[in-house]
Ligand binder design. Structure first.
Ligand SMILES: Nc1ncnc2c1ncn2[C@@H]1O[C@H](COP(=O)(O)OP(=O)(O)OP(=O)(O)O)[C@@H](O)[C@H]1O
Ligand SMILES: [Mg+2]
Length: 327
């Protein structure tokens, strides 16, 4: 039955098919353009909602036009009571792929490839003066053929500038008011989440580090054990564990690159430019050391692991994951 808040089946020239996702800034549908005879991802939101996020997202997609690994904004506008963005249709997210695998965690080859691609995406986005501010595996999508080897970043609803576009100067540090932080409970950096610090390039990088560690850890990050609950006791638990779990404990049993990467993100100064090349090279060398050659393309399902020189192949069991206190 249709309700006043339900998006109609036909919106302008778009025929809405299945729902791809529902979130903070609207509902995303797979939609078919009746004249162009092609499909897009259509992100739709009620016009009267406080929807600066959709406008911010449109601005970001325009700034990032033609960048590798960023879907193109095909159209945007208003139809009746609805605002929409029509974006290149992509494949599944890293979150949904990680949930479908039979193994307890993703393998090292896959995670190194994701590391190289996500750090490269951040380099491009930051180069254009933007921060993403909501990096997590649900916002990292694999392309559809012939682009299935590329990991894309979507969802720029929380993006923002870190440089003044007129002067090219870094925006000065301002201690924010107490209030909700920007980003995702599990993946947002410790500084932004626990200390409400103003996000900068270092914090996008730290969210990538949390994403990689999550994908490589059986059951995910230690503070994800109770699921994505909004209950205040669970939110407090996430906050406290993120504050007190050291990189050494989070990355126990993994190649040292992951711990060093997280430590580097956390030690960076507010205005510092991350060393993107250093970290993409580090993860490429790590992959090579484990016998993975073709590391620049995302291959899913992952190829069989080499039989030699693989003391860590991913998904090593971690001891005492549930006992976070006292670390
Ligand atoms: N271009 C796309 N192609 C395929 N699926 C997409 C596309 N854009 C979004 N989706 C799907 O819809 C979901 C929600 O989209 P998006 O993250 O942009 O919305 P959101 O409202 O900001 O969600 P959230 O608050 O959960 O982050 C994504 O996680 C993804 O599964
Ligand atoms: Mg999202």
């Amino acid at each position: 039955m249709s309700t006043p808040n339900a998006v109609p089946r036909v919106l302008g020239q778009y025929w809405l098919e299945e729902t791809l996702g529902t979130g903070y800034s609207g509902v995303t549908f797979k939609a078919y353009h009746l004249k162009k005879r092609s499909s897009v991802a259509l992100k739709v939101q009620r016009k009267r909602a406080a929807n600066e996020h959709l406008i911010q997202e449109r601005t970001a997609y325009r700034l990032l036009r033609t960048c590798k690994g960023i879907p193109a904004l095909q159209a945007s506008g208003t139809i009746g009571r609805w605002q929409y963005l029509a974006i290149d249709l992509l494949g599944p997210s890293l979150e949904s792929l990680s949930q479908k695998i039979a193994k307890p965690a993703m393998d090292l080859r896959t995670v190194c490839c994701i590391a190289i691609q996500l750090i490269s995406r951040l380099s491009t986005i930051h180069e254009r003066g933007l921060l993403h501010r909501d990096i997590h595996p649900g916002n990292c999508l694999v392309g559809l053929p012939p682009n299935e080897g590329t990991v894309y970043l979507i969802d720029f609803a929380f993006s923002g500038r870190y440089k003044d576009p007129r002067t090219d100067e870094h925006i000065p540090y301002l201690q924010r008011e107490q209030g909700p932080f920007v980003g995702n409970q599990w993946f947002t950096s410790k500084n932004v989440h626990c200390h409400l610090k103003e996000p900068a390039r270092r914090d996008d990088m730290e969210a990538v580090a949390h994403t990689l560690i999550h994908l490589l850890t059986p059951g995910g990050l230690p503070w994800s054990i109770y699921g994505a609950s909004e209950a205040s006791a669970i939110l407090d638990f996430v906050h406290t564990s993120k504050e007190h779990t050291l990189p050494e404990a989070l990355c126990r049993g993994m190649p040292s690159e992951f711990k060093l990467f997280l430590q580097d993100c956390r030690q960076m100064k507010y205005t510092a430019r991350p060393d993107y090349d250093h970290w993409t090279n580090a993860f490429r060398q790590l992959a090579q050391a484990h016998g993975f050659a073709d590391i620049d393309r995302f291959i899913w399902p992952p190829p069989p692991l080499p039989l030699v020189s693989s003391e860590f192949a991913g998904g090593v069991e971690r001891e005492g994951r549930s006992s976070i206190k006292g670390r």
